[in-house]
Ligand binder design. Structure first.
Ligand SMILES: Nc1ncnc2c1ncn2[C@@H]1O[C@H](COP(=O)(O)OP(=O)(O)OP(=O)(O)O)[C@@H](O)[C@H]1O
Ligand SMILES: [Mg+2]
Length: 351
């Protein structure tokens, strides 16, 4: 096992596409780090540079203490799991698992033992003689993981491995990957654009935007204190509401907006932090009109317009409150739930 260190890592594709603009990151030995960001932000490019499938334009990549910039993928002792599984269709599951080991010159007994151990761990023993096309998507994904597992590599890289699965299976496989990584403690770098997958899987998250890191932290650190408006909007669902301070500066603000950090012109409020009954803590009182009511089973989403503005705002409450579209709705926000930002820089301005 090993740590992975990225120092000033950059990738420029021909045609002046700056896909990755200088990434500094240390992934500790045994850590599970999730790279999360919107489509096109450079996640796959970064992962492929670590794997050795893409050249590094600038910067240094280390696995353990070893600089690996110039090493071939096979020399890096890393296993990658792809979104499209990349299984060999004409080979049985057994041979798909064994193939990489055969290529590396492992003895037949050793190969068999490793394949059996991985198959057992992933519960695919009964499919070993089948071809991939006779497997479900989830089973194929397990085989793809098994192929990484048998190699017992220094690190795993995952590029959106669950995105071809249906929602239910995705959740199930997410839990399995997490449990597997806990058991094996193999250093892992996992790419996804799904913020919930990122939150639930990662020991730490790296939020990427347009080829640059926006924030690094544990899921709860990032959720509780997003460093930028981008992160605030990307992590958490429904997304954090961003409201100009001026919209909230009514008598209902109770003077609580008078001492915001210097430069604050926008406050972020999570949909969960807007309550239909007043909390005991110091809070703002905000009047709005209910534009749309969305019942989602255990919870409801209330889309409201703040009084005197057309600012769309979403409130999440548990259960189904007795409210009707079109009615005036008063909600309450604890002072501690406000996230202060400057809209010009996009940065958080204080606590
Ligand atoms: N081979 C290439 N040549 C030129 N530009 C490329 C190449 N591969 C990727 N890009 C560009 O680099 C940027 C980052 O792409 P990348 O595939 O890393 O994004 P991503 O974050 O993985 O996105 P997605 O979530 O859609 O998979 C994009 O603007 C993309 O168009
Ligand atoms: Mg990608």
């Amino acid at each position: 096992m090993a740590s992975i260190t990225l120092e000033g890592l950059k990738k420029t594709y021909s045609g002046d596409v700056h896909a990755v603009k200088g990434i500094d990151l240390q992934i500790e030995d045994g850590e599970f780090v999730v790279l999360v960001g919107p489509s096109g932000c450079g996640k796959s490019t970064l992962l492929r540079m670590v794997a050795g499938l893409e050249t590094i334009t600038e910067g240094t990549l280390k696995i353990g203490e070893r600089v690996v910039n110039k090493l071939e993928p096979a020399e890096r002792d890393i296993a990658m799991v792809f979104q499209n599984y990349a299984l060999y269709p004409h080979m049985t599951v057994y041979n798909n698992l064994a193939y990489g080991l055969k290529n590396r010159g492992f003895k037949k007994d050793e190969i068999d033992q490793r394949v059996q151990v991985a198959a057992k761990m992933l519960e695919i023993e009964e499919f070993l003689e089948r071809k991939p096309r006779k497997l479900s998507g989830g089973q194929r994904q397990r085989v793809a993981m098994g192929r990484a597992l048998v190699r017992d590599p220094a690190a795993f890289l995952f590029d959106e491995p669950l995105s071809n699965l249906d929602a239910k299976l995705r959740v199930q496989m997410r839990v399995e990957i997490k449990q597997l990584q806990r058991r094996l403690k193999t250093t892992s770098l996992y790419v996804t654009h799904d913020q919930l997958e990122a939150m639930t899987l990662g020991d730490r998250l790296v939020v990427l935007n347009a080829g640059q890191i926006e924030q690094v932290g544990t899921p709860m650190e990032i959720y509780a204190r997003p460093a930028t408006m981008f992160v605030a909007g990307f992590i958490g669902s429904p997304a954090m509401n961003m409201l100009p301070v001026d919209y909230l500066k009514t008598p209902g603000a109770n003077g609580l907006l008078d001492n915001l950090p210097e430069g604050t012109d926008t406050v972020g409020i999570r949909p969960d932090d807007m309550h239909l009954t007043p909390p005991t803590a110091p809070h703002l009182t905000v009047d709005s009109t209910l534009a749309l009511f969305e019942a989602a089973g255990a919870e409801s989403h209330l889309y409201v317009n703040l009084a005197g503005s057309d600012q769309p705002t979403v409130i999440r409450v548990s259960g189904q409150p007795p409210v009707a579209e079109g009615e005036t709705l008063r909600f309450y926000v604890p002072r501690d739930a406000l996230h202060p930002f400057n809209s010009a820089t996009g940065q958080r301005t204080g606590d």
